[in-house]
Structures are given as structure tokens and as C-alpha cells.
Design a protein around this ligand. Sequence first.
Ligand code: N2P
Length: 365
Amino acid sequence: MIKGTIISLAAALAFSVSSFAYSEEEKVLNVYNWSDYIDPDVIPEFEKETGIKVVYDVFDSNEVLEAKMLSGKSGYDIVAPGSDFLSRQIQAGVYLPLDKSKLSNYKNLDEEQMKMLASLDKDNTYAIPYQQGSTGIAYNKKMIAARLGEDFTVDSWDVFFKPEILSKLKDCGVAVLNAPTEVVATAMNYLGKNPTDSDPRAYKEAEELLLKMSKNVTYYHSSQNINDLANGDICITLGWSGDMMQARDRAREAGNGVEIEYVVPKEGALVFYDMMAIPKDAEHPDNAHKFLNFILRPEIMAKISSYVAYANAVTPSIPLVKPEVRDNPNIFLTPEKKKKIFLMEVLPQKVTKEINKIWNRVKSE
Ligand code: N2P
């Protein structure tokens, strides 16, 4: 009898402590996501439904996010690293394992892609895929035709890596992502080398190629190219697929006559998955799980992909994505395009260090 009372007392106490802890979590969620990466209605919808106030900050560089994460105190509840960066950050122990019992919509994720992502996040322990895109070339059709001829087809990285071509575009504005890991990998791939070689000495030729390219580059920036391309302030950019489609939409909305094309060049392009994970020091992990579960709903994920023009891995969302995005072979890649792409693998720190050194030299060229 006494034993029974003690047990039920203990159970009651445990219950009240856990419900206390649960109700104690402040109704706040600090999100750190890429810029231009969500439908602006999604956050207010989440806030309205849950009563959780979202503080939404943005970044446009994996390297910047990584520096924050490795400093140990991010101050965020949700962050969105690229899958290769995520993998290295997992090894550094900066994330909380997901509590999948709180993610009833987890089942919506495409099994095949999750299996592939498990090579970077074992058993998909720490993260869910948010959006997926490629790193290719976008250009202003009329400006390029005026300089390279009506018959010139932009379908090769030659445009960036052959100075005799790129120099003809210098006057109309050439932008390159300020994304050292991706741009160096792109140069390696163009040279027929392993884009994720683990030997720092393998990157010499890529550096030379980029140094030559840099003579004709107007600026390095990872989000300014959207508006600049839409407004006709640059004529070509090495850019992210969905962002470039957003540029096209903005030009159309403005009715300014700017026509934009995006291509995955024939030599291939890097494909990335941006993931969402919960930092270990998150102050609102329950709210974070609620947010992840919310965006895993087919109609919410479809809304996001329709707006940002990136693909996603929530299978039942695909039929709900607007046809212009869903049927765009550069966004939801066709099997034909899939043959030409490559995924980043985790780079050892010594390679990242070398890439950063190369990048500083390239940018100051
Ligand atoms: C969103 C860009 C995210 C793609 N604007 C690069 N990871």
C-alpha cells in the first residue's frame, strides 16, 4: 500500500514536473534561415495557429552560419545549414537529436532522398531537408545576345571560365556567389576533377582558373544578384536556381522587359540540400519541433516551394506545388538533368582552410 502510494506520488510528481517544464517554454521561436527562402505568409500562419512568436533572422552564407554554430552559442532554435556543412557541424556536437515522436508529419519525407541524406546525418538523427536546389548560371537574354551574338547558347561553364568569353560581359555586370566552397567545387568539376577532393594540394588549378575569372567579375555577393539581375544591373551571375527564378518573377512583375534564363550547364552543377536542425543550446526545443512539424505539412511545404522556386522532399506536397515551379526541369530536376549534377561531400577542415585562402586571393584579384 505504502509502496503503491509512493509510486503514484512519484508518478504524479514526474507528470507535474514535465507538464510544468512543457508549459514553461516561452512562446517564442528564434529561426535563422537563408534570405529569400520562405513564403512570407507561412510565419504569420504558424504564429496564429500556435501563439508562438517567431523571431526570424536571415543569412546568405554557409560559412557565416558555421562560424556561429561552432562558436557554441548560436542563440537560435532552428538553423538551416547545407547538408555537407550540417554533417561537419554534427561531428562537432552542436545539434540536438530530433525527437521524432513530436514530428507526426515526418512520414511525408521521401524515403529515397532520406536514405541518401543519411550518409551525411546517420539515421537522419539531427535534421530534416528543407529545400533543394542547384548552383548554375542565370543571365539576361537580351544583354548576352547583344554581346555574344544571337546564336550563342549559354549551356556551358565556359562562359565563366574562358576569359575570352567573360571579358565580353564585363561591361554589363558579372556577379558571383560569395560561396567559396561551392564556387571552388564548381571550378573543380569543370576541370574534370573530384569537386570534393580531400587533398588540399588538388586545388591549385582551380585557383588559377578562378583568378583568371576574377579579372572580369563585378562583385561577389550571395543575395544581391536577385534584384540586380531582375533590374538589368548585371547581365550574368553564378547563382542558386530558385533565387534566379525569383529574379525572373520580379522582372516580370516589374514589367521592365528583362528576360532571365537559368541553366544547369552541360558539364554539371552542384546540387544542395538545405537542412533544418535544432542547435544544442536552443532555448525553445519544443517550439522548434512544432515548427518543423508545421513545415512538413504538404500544403505548407507546397506553399514554400511555390514561392521560393526550390524543390523539396515532402512527397505529398509535390502535386500541390504551383505547376510553373513543379514542371520546371531546372527546379524539380528531370532524370536527364540529374545525370549532370553532383552533391557535396563533407570536406576535411584542412581543405576548407585551403579553400578560404584561395577565396581571399580570388576576391582580391
Ligand atoms: C536562398 C538561397 C539558399 C540556397 N535564397 C543556398 N543554399
